[in-house]
Design a protein around this ligand. Structure first.
Ligand code: SF4
Ligand code: SF4
Length: 433
């Protein structure tokens, strides 16, 4: 499962046979990536940021998620899982986080690591980065791939503001691949690194070979996709509760919850803020771009409401998962990940990433005259449309219908209101009969 060259990969698939053309998804997409044409949903791959809102909204299951199957690990000699912080919130206390983590070994992985290993250290690294980059404000967290793509798409002037370091799970992938190859005398392609993820945005980050998230991993398995196998395995093997030999890092789980990363980075001398939900992120990014916001040092944004616990590939309700994770953090014994090899890699710049390229939403035309002409035509069409933004035409707003018409992807007659008006005007009046 990889993206074809010059084509954006997305971890959603459209099932045309299930689509009723109701346009619910069209209305909810924050980047206007969906249309209904000829009665079925279509995706503009360039605009999609993999937030998953359309998957939640569709009542007919016509938009479904994509992730790797666990069988993909069989292609490698050494198999490693790196679990996201939200994983810990999915299991009730009678199972427990440590037991669930250990169960992954029984499913065929040789080693299991977790994002939480490095988040505490990462908070310190980010603090140092903020202090060393006083010329950039605010610095925006790079941890949520949907937010990174949103900035590429709608706020390209803010690309230099993104923290130019790999996200924790990508750092761990780089670190473990090198370490395992050296210790086990294996070639890089013999080591399979798989992320266990809470959202489609992370699946896309693994399979999209451009940007901050280079393909550092070999696959992304959803928490939903592996959950029942873990539970079945635990029911078969009672001895799973004997989990002394596996380490966990509960303190580092905090990044699963919106607000906590921003708190931890803040040493009381910084001004930080946390934002969750795509629409909220869009509002704040617009304010930053228009310089209508006070000067924050660091802003953490998550496209999922409540943070990664709100990812659509989780099993558990985000409120319940948050409560469990908070309890694990409260009772945490201070286990810390201290590794010179990791430190050396960080100081050698192995986790640095370049400034990302923008993604263009709609280049009207390379020729400025033609582009201006198209803009004028869009304005003229908008004036003719009713301005109701009802989506009945299959485009999300009247403005996007006008853009689609100019691009030759729709017609004025697609507007139901105009169509009805025309029919009404042509209908013989009582006195004319
Ligand atoms: S929500 Fe979108 S994908 Fe689902 S049936 Fe309606 S138009 Fe089709
Ligand atoms: S995943 Fe998000 S951005 Fe992509 S089509 Fe669905 S709602 Fe739009």
């Amino acid at each position: 499962m990889t993206a074809k060259k010059d084509e954006y990969f997305h971890a959603i698939k459209l099932i045309e046979s299930k689509c009723t053309g109701c346009t619910k998804c069209v209305r909810v997409c924050p980047t206007k990536a969906l249309r209904v044409r000829n009665g079925v949903v279509e995706l503009d791959s360039n605009r999609c940021i993999d937030c998953g809102k359309c998957v939640i909204e569709c009542p007919f299951g016509a938009i479904q998620t994509i992730a790797d199957d666990i069988s993909a690990i069989e292609n490698f000699k050494y198999k490693m899982a790196i679990i996201s912080t939200s994983f810990a919130g999915q299991f009730p206390s009678h199972i427990g986080y440590k037991t669930a983590k250990k169960a992954l070994l029984s499913l065929g992985f040789d080693e299991v690591a977790e994002e939480a290993m490095v988040t505490v250290k990462m908070s310190g690294i980010i603090r140092e980065y903020i202090k060393n980059h006083k010329e950039i404000r605010p610095i925006i967290s790079s941890n949520c791939p949907s937010i990174v793509r949103l900035i590429q798409l709608r706020f390209p002037s803010l690309l230099p503001n993104i923290l130019h370091l790999e996200a924790p799970m990508s750092m761990l992938s780089v670190y473990f691949r090198k370490k395992i190859c050296e210790e086990q005398n294996l070639k890089e392609n013999e080591v399979g690194i798989f992320l266990i993820v809470p959202c489609i945005s992370q699946v896309t980050a693994v399979h999209q070979p451009e940007g901050t998230y280079k393909s550092l991993e070999d696959g992304a398995i959803s928490i939903q996709g592996i959950y029942s196998e873990i539970i079945t395995n635990l029911m078969k093997n009672d001895n799973q509760n004997d989990d002394n030999e596996i380490d966990i890092y509960p303190k580092g789980l905090s990044w699963a919850i919106s607000g906590m990363e921003a708190e931890e980075v803040n040493d009381s001398n910084l001004k930080t803020m946390a934002v969750s939900g795509v629409e909220n992120a869009i509002n704040i990014l617009a304010k930053i771009e228009d310089q209508q916001i006070e000067n924050f040092d660091y802003i953490v944004m998550n496209s999922c409401t409540k943070g990664c616990v709100g990812g659509i590939l989780n099993i558990e309700d985000p409120f319940i998962a948050t409560s469990r994770i908070r309890s694990l953090i409260r009772n945490a014994k201070d286990k810390e990940f201290n590794d010179e090899y990791f430190e050396d890699m960080y100081h050698q710049g192995k986790f640095n990433v370049p400034i990302l390229e923008p993604r263009s939403i709609m280049a009207l035309d390379e020729d400025i005259k033609i582009a201006l002409n198209k803009m004028n035509r869009i304005d003229e069409i908008v004036k003719k449309l009713p301005g109701l933004d009802c989506s009945a035409c299959g485009s999300p707003t009247c403005k996007t219908l006008a853009e689609d018409i100019v691009e030759g992807k729709a017609e004025l007659s697609d507007c139901i209101v105009l169509h009805r008006k025309k029919q009404h005007d042509n209908f013989p009046k009582e006195e004319e009969k």
